[in-house]
Design a protein around this ligand. Structure first.
Ligand SMILES: Cc1ncc(C[n+]2csc(CCO)c2C)c(N)n1
Length: 242
């Protein structure tokens, strides 16, 4: 099964039998395998991930979370259903409050001061993913925005629960793993999925197709985000302009 964006069937035909989420899970099956097998995640799982790589990831992720939280806040303002609006507003808060607390703990543990972190440029991949989400939030139909934010929830739960199977209590990145394998987080993933499924069934075929593209694009960015942290991605232009 290919997971390329080009493989999305016109008018979402491939998903005619299943829910939108089932359809997306199938289309991204190969990509999900690559995310689980990525050296960043295998090293994160067996506890051998170098601190510098994790620190780079944490700093980039802090920037990502600021942008992602704004995209969620925008989803809240655009949701017609008050329960959906409350869910996205709550998630916008969680992204900044709970997850950034996790980040602040690691930044302190790594001895990275605010100035050290400020000296690390936002990576091309982090900026691209954040910009994609914010552009989608402001210019795409609301169901497309719901699809674009879904991989962030769903993929982290999938990776977090897989890592939990491998990690013992003494694991160096235990707090990160517990955040994303927590049953309370699983409940929020279910809610994000059910909102998106409902929107997919009530929207027109062209919008449903655009939802599929947005989901796949965001899922691709999730792989790229791990990969950019593994390589500590920098700007190729950094020697001329910093
Ligand atoms: C690149 C990247 N993708 C997804 C997450 C996970 N995440 C970020 S905000 C949020 C929803 C509200 O808590 C979730 C699940 C992350 N940290 N970094």
């Amino acid at each position: 099964m290919t997971s390329s964006i080009a493989a999305i069937a016109p008018n979402g035909d491939a998903g005619a039998q299943g829910t939108f989420c089932d359809d997306m899970w199938q289309r991204t099956a190969d990509l999900m395998g690559a995310i689980h097998d990525h050296p960043f995640n295998t090293a994160l799982g067996d506890g051998t991930l170098e601190r510098d790589r994790f620190a780079f990831y944490i700093v980039q992720d802090g920037r990502y979370l600021e942008a992602f939280s704004k995209a969620l806040a925008t989803a809240s303002t655009r949701a017609a259903d008050p329960a959906d609006a409350a869910f996205y507003a709550q998630s916008a808060h969680t992204a900044l409050a709970a997850e950034r607390m996790l980040h602040a703990g690691y930044i302190e543990e790594f001895g990275l001061g605010a100035e050290d972190a400020a000296g690390i440029a936002t990576s091309p991949t982090c900026l691209a993913y954040a910009s994609f989400l914010q552009a989608t939030a402001l210019t795409a139909p609301y169901p497309v925005l719901a699809a674009a934010v879904l991989p962030c929830f769903w993929i982290y739960q999938d990776v977090g629960t897989a890592l939990l199977q491998k990690a013992g209590p003494e694991h160096p990145y235990q707090k990160w793993i517990s955040t994303y394998s927590d049953p309370a987080f699983a409940a929020s993933v279910e809610q994000a999925k059910s909102i998106t499924d409902r929107l997919a069934t009530t929207t027109d075929p062209a919008t449903r197709e655009a939802m599929g593209e947005a989901y796949c694009r965001a899922a691709a960015y999730e792989w790229m985000f791990w990969d950019s942290a593994w390589h500590r991605e920098s700007w190729p232009t950094a020697r001329w302009l910093s």
